[in-house]
Design a protein around this ligand. Structure first.
Ligand code: 173
Length: 325
């Protein structure tokens, strides 16, 4: 729901001048926002900074009312909420709304930066698709330059996951299954309990964030190399977006470019996180050389095959636009 109100100054000036037409007055818009990740954890923090910046710089123009993370709304329901306009803005990953558009899971397969996606037409293609399929403006890519990994409670010595039961989201499903695993889907908030109860022998997750919900206590191994490119993005309900005026849209687009520039921070954070995991006793299982290269190649092969099978029209185009030449 979009909340418009006349700004104090606009209203006072209007009354002082005796103007009869409120439409001529500046209207501040307040957007209702949600994150798919727990508040103040690694995949919400950049979005929360973005909101703080909008609220500091957008007075009289655009403000954001942040209602929080998964306590406010289950992560897998956010796509629907954006589409329907129940929220105006969301920080969410494509894997959480594949039920609405299978193409959303292709963003993890990008091998070019958000900046390059704006230059080569990928952003425009994605935005049009997101407009049509989930009634959303694709505002910004929040996470980039970061791999996913497989984390385990049991040791393996080759890329064969037969006999393992792994927690997944759509990000990892086809890849882990192709390597022989049995899979069970859960939102992030259920990973700890699944590990604690021994319901799963491991899980897929980005290189960052293991400590946020205490999983290091239940994690023995990280498998290297990582694979894919972690994605969360800011989506805006399209109806809300279209109701904004040019100045408001320009303002939000400038904030989006700023947010995407913050993606340069991830590589340093990743290096620090690997040390922190090692210090917490998480051992690495490394597939070297050709075995490692084949592991990653398999991830992409299975990933794109799955997207293209579900979306023969857009899958190949997304592959061409999102893959480095
Ligand atoms: O593992 C997950 O829950 C997942 O798919 C994801 C995607 C992006 C960032 C963090 C987690």
């Amino acid at each position: 729901m979009i909340v418009k109100r006349l700004t104090g100054i606009g209203l006072a000036t209007g009354l002082a001048l005796g103007l009869a037409a409120p439409a001529a007055l500046a209207a501040e818009v307040t957007l209702k926002a949600i994150s798919a990740f727990t508040e103040k954890t690694v995949f919400s923090v950049p979005f929360e900074r973005f909101i703080d910046k909008i609220n500091a710089e957008g007075k009289g123009l655009v403000q954001v009312n942040y209602i929080g993370g998964p306590k406010a709304m289950p992560p897998f329901e956010i796509g629907n909420a954006v589409r329907a306009g129940v929220v105006d803005m969301a920080n969410v990953t494509g894997a959480f709304y594949t039920n609405l558009m299978p193409e959303s899971d292709a963003l993890k397969l990008s091998t070019i930066s958000a900046q390059e996606q704006r230059r080569n037409g990928a952003w425009a293609y994605i935005n049009k698709l997101w407009n049509e399929k989930i009634n959303a403006q694709y505002l910004a890519r929040v996470v980039d330059n970061m791999p996913f990994h497989l984390y385990l409670t049991k040791k393996i010595d080759k890329p064969d996951l037969t006999g393992l039961k792994l927690r997944i989201t759509p990000v990892y499903r086809d890849f882990f299954q192709a390597l022989g695993a049995t899979v069970v889907q859960t939102p992030p908030g259920e990973v700890y309990t699944a590990l604690e109860r021994g319901v799963v022998d491991g899980y897929g997750w980005p290189i960052l964030g293991v400590f946020d919900l205490g999983w290091q206590e239940r994690t023995k191994f990280r498998v290297d190399p990582g694979f894919y490119n972690v994605e969360t993005s800011v989506l805006v309900n399209l109806t809300t977006w279209q109701k904004l005026d040019d100045k408001q849209r320009d303002f939000l687009n400038r904030q989006a470019i700023w947010l995407e520039a913050q993606n340069a921070q991830w590589p340093d954070m990743i290096a620090a996180e690997k040390q922190r995991q090692a210090a917490a006793g998480i051992q690495t299982i490394t597939f070297d050389g050709a075995t490692g290269r084949e592991f990653v190649a398999k991830a992409y092969e299975v990933g794109w095959a799955s997207i293209i099978a579900k979306s023969p029209e857009h899958g190949p185009k997304l592959k061409a636009l999102l893959t480095a030449k």
